[in-house]
Write a protein that binds this ligand. Structure first.
Ligand SMILES: C[S@@+](CC[C@H](N)C(=O)[O-])C[C@H]1O[C@@H](n2cnc3c(N)ncnc32)[C@H](O)[C@@H]1O
Length: 395
């Protein structure tokens, strides 16, 4: 039996239940969803597996110690009590992420500085030398969270946030975070639709995030397979043999999964968005698999599936963040609603609407409604079954 450890995976608010289900599917034990994440137990290999395969998580943390931190001195002492030379090479670099809530220590920059001081002072006192700080590309990223004056210090095994899959180099105006796109697809029932051979269309695909995530999900492509960097690669506890085996398994699964990807298409009215989406599709290894084309919403029609199964429309229409924009977007949402009912009967749909008011402009009765966050923007994720009985026509 391999040794097991407690871990914590973070995720955007609203996605905790999806994260918990995903962690269980990956083999985690004692999964406990809590605000903005989930605690779980498992082997080191399991934590690597989560880093490689989680479509929902932002970070995977390995907690080293939890201790009272009612003031800066206690924070310093608590961090100093951890043996950092077990984790960071003396010639390596480190960065500290510090968050705090409902605690006497409120200043995150100051907290991070105290943590960094405690670590480098320990090295200097015991080894005579110390690792340096590299905020952007550290060998090891340390995460300290203080809640109600109790600190938890962890190694950040993910490094850069896991929503970055490495297929997106160029950004369009409002790209969807990759893990939010995955959440939309899961909530809309895409895995089952894809397994039945149903097609997927995103009629306003922007940089192509939804079609690409959909193809990777259907094709069993590990979400982290293209990433060059993870937080554990230069951590002293890293197990390269176990990581190499996981990568090999993921490459074989990608190979085998490619033929299972059903027809997937993304359209956008903007030439620049189509260009970016095509470049992202190429980088994601999906050329010839995901079709991208310049097309107006009004010209969107169903793509036939190979099996006759009904498909899925997923879409993240413009949000209207600025004052006055919401009004101009109403006709677009109404057009989308009409198009879904008139041309996509029998299909499912998932719409990530900027807000409740725009969601209503679709004129459809949602099967489910979830609140999710795209960064700081609170969005409505609406899912629909486009059977005639569910359609409310607005005169
Ligand atoms: C919020 S963005 C989509 C972002 C996308 N999910 C991504 O990850 O990059 C909305 C997209 O809708 C497109 N759009 C707006 N009006 C449209 C229309 N009438 N027909 C087709 N696309 C439209 C915009 O060009 C923009 O790329």
């Amino acid at each position: 039996m391999p040794a097991t450890f407690p871990f914590f995976a973070t995720a955007p608010k609203g996605m905790e239940p999806l994260l918990a289900t995903e962690l269980q599917g990956l083999g985690a034990d004692a999964v406990r969803p809590i605000r903005a994440g989930a605690a779980f137990r498992g082997s080191q290999e399991l934590a690597y597996r989560v880093c490689l395969w989680s479509r929902i998580a932002n970070r995977v943390l390995l907690p080293l110690a939890t201790f009272p931190a009612p003031d800066p001195a206690a924070l310093y002492e608590g961090v100093r009590a951890i043996c950092w030379s077990d984790h960071i090479a003396i010639d390596g670099t480190l960065a500290v992420d510090f968050t705090t809530s409902q605690s006497a220590i409120t200043h995150t920059h100051f907290g991070a500085l105290k943590v960094k001081d405690a670590i480098v002072d320990q090295f200097r006192d015991t080894k005579g030398r110390r690792p340096s700080v590299d905020v952007l590309h550290p060998s090891v990223r340390i995460n300290v969270h203080v809640r109600r004056d109790v600190a938890t210090a962890s190694i950040d095994l993910s490094g850069e946030s896991l929503h970055r899959r490495s297929y997106r180099e160029h950004h369009t105006a409002a790209p969807l975070k990759e893990n939010l796109a995955a959440a939309v697809l899961l909530r809309a029932g895409w895995p089952a639709i894809a397994a039945a051979g149903g097609a997927l269309i995103d009629p306003m695909c922007g940089s192509g995030t939804l079609p690409i995530e959909a193809a990777w999900m259907a094709g069993d492509v590990a979400s982290g397979l293209l990433r060059a960097s993870f937080g554990f690669l230069e951590w002293k506890g890293h197990d390269p043999t176990s990581w190499a085996a996981l990568l090999e398994e993921a490459r074989q699964r990608r190979e085998a999964g490619r033929k299972r990807i059903p027809p997937i298409a993304g359209y956008d009215s903007e030439r620049s968005a189509v260009r970016v989406a095509l470049a992202n599709v190429e980088r994601a290894g999906l050329r010839g698999v995901v079709h991208v084309e310049r097309r107006e919403l009004a010209d969107c029609t169903p793509v036939p599936s190979r099996t006759g199964a009904a498909g899925l429309v997923v879409v993240n229409p413009p949000y209207g963040e600025r004052l006055g924009e919401v009004g101009t977007l109403r006709p677009l949402y109404a057009c989308l609603g009409a198009l879904l009912t008139e041309r996509f009967t029998g299909w499912s749909a998932g719409v990530l609407a900027g807000n409740r008011e725009l969601g209503k402009c679709l004129g459809l009765r949602a099967r489910r409604r979830h609140t999710v966050f795209n960064g700081s923007i609170e969005c409505q994720l609406l899912t629909f079954t486009l059977a005639p009985a569910f359609v409310l026509r607005h005169g």
